[in-house]
Design a protein around this ligand. Structure first.
Ligand SMILES: Cc1ncc(COP(=O)(O)O)c(C=O)c1O
Length: 381
């Protein structure tokens, strides 16, 4: 089997992640931050270790400013809905995932205005367009770091500088880049960073997080037991407790820590190099196949390892089905939860077939996939 759906969730994970999840459950699967016995303390320490590792990966000064969530969507909702208030204006782009667009459009009913910046056909955004959209009440800019449809990489450091210049908070959706590309919240002026744990950070599903810059006023989405200040009837104001009510996903979070440690040991530069090499091999091969339409930058320096194509006039789901059932290659077809991005590319009607490369893919995987696409394209002509 060749797995090329890593943009949805990475698979497989390093063995240490499987072992860690299992060992947490078997050896000390108690409730962290509540009771004071040895097992509970060990569980709490394990969760804190994951915070520290993530802080080291993203250059976050205080690990307590990382809030654990169940996925990137959860983190995006908390950051967007928790920060924006009636009368505010928010700027975002047409290449965003529905997990950014839907919370922002949902806030229209609550009196939050938005501007969605159009992108070019390769998915790039023009910084001047962002700057020109700024209004007196613009409080937030939200952009992806890389499109989940075309892989198009956004210049987040430049957007961060622009936001800082205008005293606007900048939120980055790092769903497609965390664990592959360097992210430095200090250098890049990122105030809110949403990331999934289950994609390139190599953790289990049910994990993700939001970094909230020190002092930023973000309202919590839920209230409840935190194990701290239990005598008070109002939600504690300390981080991360303010946002982390209820029993957490302890095995998942500590498993995510094992994934992040694997990345720190391997080095982001080595991971990026491997994935870029495979991406180049794939793009170079695709360009030679007649009948294949490739979307996006077609340049490994400007695109994350995510490639969308169509073949002839064939339906994208049909091709994805053939890849799975005839060639044993896992891909995703359809609209990829990014309707405005498809509108930008002109693929809103038929969708695309998306191939997303991960750390454990090999050159052989890519060559076999190119071979399969060639055979399908010949049949389709
Ligand atoms: C760019 C982008 N943002 C947000 C999300 C949502 O991530 P999650 O599934 O972890 O909620 C995804 C998922 O694919 C994504 O690609």
């Amino acid at each position: 089997m060749i797995y090329l759906d890593n943009a949805a969730t990475t698979f497989p994970k390093p063995d240490i992640v499987y072992d860690t999840v299992m060992n947490v459950m078997k050896d000390f699967g108690a409730n962290p931050g509540r009771s004071g016995h040895k097992l509970a303390l060990k569980a709490g320490r394990g969760i804190y270790d994951t915070r520290e590792k993530l802080a080291s990966l993203f250059n976050i000064k205080n690990p307590m400013n990382i809030i654990f969530t169940y996925n990137a969507t959860d983190a995006l909702n908390l950051g967007i809905k928790g920060f924006l208030k009636k009368g505010d204006h928010v700027i975002t782009t047409a290449m965003e995932h529905n997990s950014v667009l839907r919370p922002i459009l949902g806030l229209e009913q609550k009196g939050v205005k938005n501007t969605i910046i159009k992108c070019d056909q390769k998915g790039f955004v023009d910084l001047d367009d962002i700057e020109n959209a700024i209004e007196a009440n613009t409080r937030l800019i939200v952009t992806t770091h890389a499109s989940n449809l075309t892989g198009t990489i956004y210049p987040i450091e430049k957007i961060g500088a622009l936001a800082k210049k205008h005293n606007i908070i900048y939120m980055v959706d790092a769903a497609q880049t965390a664990g592959i590309y360097h992210i430095d919240v200090e250098r890049m002026n990122i105030d809110l960073l949403a990331f999934p744990g289950h994609k390139s950070l190599l953790g289990p599903q049910g994990t993700g997080g939001l970094y909230i810059k020190e002092g930023l006023d973000v309202i919590q989405m839920k209230e409840g037991g935190t194990g701290s200040k239990s005598h008070e009837l109002i939600q504690p104001d300390i981080l991360p407790d303010k946002y982390e009510s209820g029993t957490p996903n302890t095995p998942g979070i500590i498993g995510l820590g094992a994934g992040v440690q694997y990345i720190l040991d391997k080095g982001i530069d080595n991971i990026m190099k491997h994935e870029k090499e495979l991406l180049k091999l794939f793009l170079d091969g695709l360009k030679l196949i007649d009948g294949v339409k490739i979307y996006g930058p077609l340049d490994p320096e400007k695109q994350a390892p995510v490639v969308s194509i169509n073949i002839g006039d064939e339906d994208s789901s049909e091709i994805s089905y053939i890849l799975d059932n005839v060639f044993d290659i896992s891909t995703r077809s359809g609209l990829h939860c990014a309707p405005l991005a498809h509108k930008t590319l002109g693929t809103l009607e038929r969708g695309t077939i998306r191939f997303s490369i991960g750390l454990f893919n090999t050159k052989k995987d890519i060559l076999s996939t190119l071979d399969a696409i060639k055979k399908i394209a010949i049949e389709a002509m």
